[in-house]
Design a protein around this ligand. Structure first.
Ligand code: FAD
Ligand code: NAP
Length: 529
């Protein structure tokens, strides 16, 4: 049988893979998408845990590439819940007839660059082998679930779940004794909902987290009309924000106002809800003193909300606020006032092992009917490293990235021609509203492919110097902020043995400007052949 040949192979059918497929078709290219799941939506296909919803307002957390799409679709809430976002992903897939080129329930296991043909040989667990001129990894930054290797997991006789691999039919916790391990965003969203169902909920916390209120509500029809009438301008304005969002970041540095004015500003932003809290001053992620005041304001809110002072103390984070992605909550801290909820601090006594009936920590045994691992992801590199990706001379990507990921613009990496990473390490990705940054990346990759075709060129690969300089540049920018000061997944600190490298690029507008300059200079830093 003749080998299947395509212009572009795309791995992943989340928002990135779907838009890449649409752009590829628009350029008249043949494309195939491989997706492990049996549907589109990526994050929103896998993360069906109770309470899952976006932390960027839905009017912004949506595609903007097609005006009719953004005019037609109506979001029901300020922060839409997972089922609605998944419906939206399916709506887009149907409207643009994407599913016919997506092979579902098909995991890419290997992708090898063949230097003689200049093509990528892509292999799947379903026996596909496809030769592709370009390979686009739309595998997601937060798609490789991190289930810690607890001793005795196989002995546990109850049910266990990971938030990022939630059963499609949902889980009924009614009357059950439930454990949640972790207190990141997934836990903070799911704990209030699980607590309302379970007979008893015990939360195991290693590190407390900052959360600001969502003040979620139905979308006001007048605001929706206004938003839609001004969508074009609003989307452009959002791109000027450091995280690609519309919320206001004041130009003022910390210290430019008296303390009372600062506290009034934090209080005002707390009432608005969401990420705008950290926009009170331009430099809250640089200035330690200002950051501490912002953090203490949140701690005071926690103490005010949680009745039991000892529990409140445990819930108060001590790290820099914003060092991990800020959580946006709906009734999280209030949940600890319920009689059926308890908090166990495991910061000094980690979970020792799971048992048939539960788990042991600090020498004490706890019994459960169900355990929820809200333990996050092997972020940014996890899904890429699970695929046997080999570039020129058979070099495995995992080997090249042994000491941490190295890319040019977070998009490409030396030794791997025509391989594109959507929102890869070294791009703003997870520090932003990810839909606009996904679109920016897909558009940039599409422009590169168009450029190659127009100039009769077949491959693009970064120069070593350009990649080295980019890695240094990302490190220098991150090093000038407070981001590296805590054990975040941005640094890979949540996965034992993972190299500690700050992976995302802080600052969306500066990044886009740099991408534009590079393109205008004939793709400076890239070798085109
Ligand atoms: P994903 O949606 O992760 O899709 C990647 C797809 O690739 C997956 O479907 C996966 O199955 C598939 N895949 C991976 N490896 C393979 C393989 N080897 N073979 C075949 N298929 C493969 N960002 C925001 O900006 N705002 C938010 O409010 C927000 N909320 C979030 C909530 C949760 C619970 C999580 C986990 C993340 C959230 N994010 C949010 C980040 C979110 O991941 C992005 O916004 C966006 O959905 C990523 O889209 P993507 O297509 O790049 O990746
Ligand atoms: P996370 O932020 O990495 O949180 C994981 C939690 O599990 C942390 O509290 C962590 O503790 C704990 N943990 C991990 N391993 C553990 C172990 N071995 N023992 C005990 N505790 C352990 O993961 P997440 O909550 O899934 O969120 C990941 C990212 O996805 C977010 O930052 C956000 O970008 C996105 N997200 C967004 C939303 C939203 O609001 N829209 C919701 C969910 C996720 P430590 O802190 O001590 O490591």
């Amino acid at each position: 049988m003749a080998e299947e040949q395509v212009d572009i192979a795309i791995v992943g059918a989340g928002f990135a893979g779907m838009y890449m497929l649409h752009r590829a078709r628009g350029m008249g290219l043949t494309a195939v998408v491989f997706e492990t799941g049996d549907g589109v939506g990526g994050t929103w296909y896998w993360n069906r845990y109770p309470g899952a919803r976006c932390d960027v307002e839905s009017m912004e957390y949506s595609y903007q590439f097609d005006d009719a799409l953004q005019q037609d679709w109506s979001w029901s809430e300020r922060y839409a819940a997972q089922p609605e976002i998944l419906r939206y992903a399916n709506h887009v897939a149907d409207q643009f007839d994407l599913k016919r080129d997506i092979r579902f329930e098909t995991k890419v296991t290997a992708a090898h660059f063949d230097a003689t043909t200049g093509r990528w040989q892509v292999t799947t667990d379903q026996g596909d082998t496809v030769a592709a001129t370009h390979l686009v990894m739309a595998t997601g930054c937060l798609s490789s679930a991190n289930v810690p290797h607890f001793q005795g997991l196989e002995d546990f006789a109850g049910d266990w779940y990971h938030t990022g691999r939630w059963p499609k039919d949902g889980v009924d916790f009614t009357g059950k004794r439930v454990a949640v391990i972790g207190t990141g965003s997934s836990a903070i969203q799911s704990i209030p909902v699980i607590a309302r169902q379970a007979a008893h909920l015990t939360v195991f916390q290693r590190t407390p987290n900052y959360a600001v209120p969502a003040h979620n509500h139905p979308v006001d029809p007048e605001r929706e009309t206004w938003f839609k009438a001004n969508y074009k301008d609003l989307r452009e304005k959002a791109k000027e924000g450091r995280s690609g969002q519309l919320y206001s970041v004041r130009d003022l540095p910390w210290g430019s106002e008296p303390l009372e004015a600062a506290e009034a500003e934090f209080a005002k932003r707390w009432e608005i809800g969401g990420f705008c809290y950290l926009g009170a001053y331009a430099d809250l992620l640089v200035n330690k003193e200002g950051n501490e005041v912002a953090a203490e304001f949140v701690r005071a809110k926690i103490r005010e909300t949680v009745n039991d002072p000892a529990t409140a103390d445990l819930l108060c984070p001590t790290s820099v606020i914003g060092c991990k992605r800020l959580c946006v909550d709906i009734g999280y801290f209030e949940t600890y006032n319920r009689d059926n909820v308890s908090l166990v601090d495991i910061s000094k006594a980690p979970i020792e092992r799971l048992t048939e009936t539960g788990l042991i920590t600090g020498g004490k045994a706890y019994d459960f009917d169900a355990i929820v691992f809200a333990t996050g992801f092997d972020a940014m590199t996890g899904s890429l490293n699970k695929i046997d990706i080999r570039g020129r001379s058979g070099l495995p990507l995992t080997e090249k990235w042994e000491a941490g990921p190295r890319t040019y613009l977070g998009l490409t990496t030396v030794g791997f021609p025509n391989l594109f990473l959507i929102t890869g390490p070294g791009s703003p990705s997870v520090l932003t509203n990810m839909l606009p940054t996904i679109e920016q990346h897909v558009d940039y990759v599409s422009d590169i492919i168009e450029h190659l075709r127009r100039h009769g060129q077949s491959t693009i690969e970064p120069e070593q110097d350009a990649e080295d300089a980019w890695v240094d540049h990302v490190n220098a920018i991150a090093g000038g902020t407070l981001y590296p000061s805590c054990n975040s997944w941005y640094l890979g600190a949540n996965v034992p043995g993972k190299p500690r490298v700050f992976m995302p690029y802080p600052g969306f507008p500066a990044y886009v400007k740099k991408c534009r300059e590079i393109a205008a200079a004939g793709y400076e830093g890239f070798r085109l052949e």
